[in-house]
Design a protein around this ligand. Sequence first.
Ligand SMILES: [Zn+2]
Length: 305
Amino acid sequence: MKTLIIHHDDCLNHDPGPRHAERADRLRAVLAAIEGMPETEFLPAPLATLEQVQLAHDPAWWQNLVNLEPEVDRVTLDEDTFLSPGSIKATLRGSGAACFAVDQVFAGKAKNAFCATRPPGHHAEAAVAMGFCLLNHVAIAANHALATQDIQRVAILDFDVHHGNGTQAIFEQKPEVMYISSHQSPLYPGTGHAHETGCGNILNLPLPPRSGSREFRQAWSDSGLPAVRNFEPQLVIISAGFDAHMADPLAQLELTDEDYFWMTREICALADEICHGRVISVLEGGYDLGGLAGAATAHIRALTS
Ligand SMILES: [Zn+2]
């Protein structure tokens, strides 16, 4: 079976502005780098349904966001987060891709899946768009899996350089979902301290600026991966941000392409042992085009191997 790459050109239409780090060229760089990789199959992302959006988001908040989408120019949601013409469809493709990835992997139609979509999602809370994020794709996908499959436990592993405050907030009182995040601290959004443990289902692995391969691998080997093993998830979802790469301009961690290969192989090997290899991965951050392309390629190489 192959690694499914789920994408849609609608994701290029979200435009937060000419100097914004979260730009359509990010996705173009990823797709150009991974096009034609062996053992991959590319499929279009469907739009998430309203029912799927409501698995993680407040319906009144979402309707308001849909109503705010402009026909020209941009609407400012916060200093980092904007709506442009096409933003709603773009983010619906991201959540739709993640749900479709769950369906395909559980149906045995793919080895695993990577959603090459934007804008990212892990900062979005149930009723807050922030940090470039509108809908929280991994949260929707986790609840979609719990609602549609005969499973009781999902683990979300987040190696984006920023803490996924939205994912943590959505699940901190829901023991069926474990959320584990490594991230630079201090850094935006300011959450993700080790003492934030939810109902015992949250594990934060903050790393000081200038941490590199050694600190990152040690945190996951000593704490993150053993916690996944103990939890025995029936599905693993990756919040795959590549902004901890040494080339990234938004943060000061120093990971290399090989660290992303290592991390992804470790996750897949563990998933092979405990949940039939069921892994779906969703693109989050990554703002240096070359760093992003190289890291994403290493990630896909590990998913396919
Ligand atoms: Zn990030």
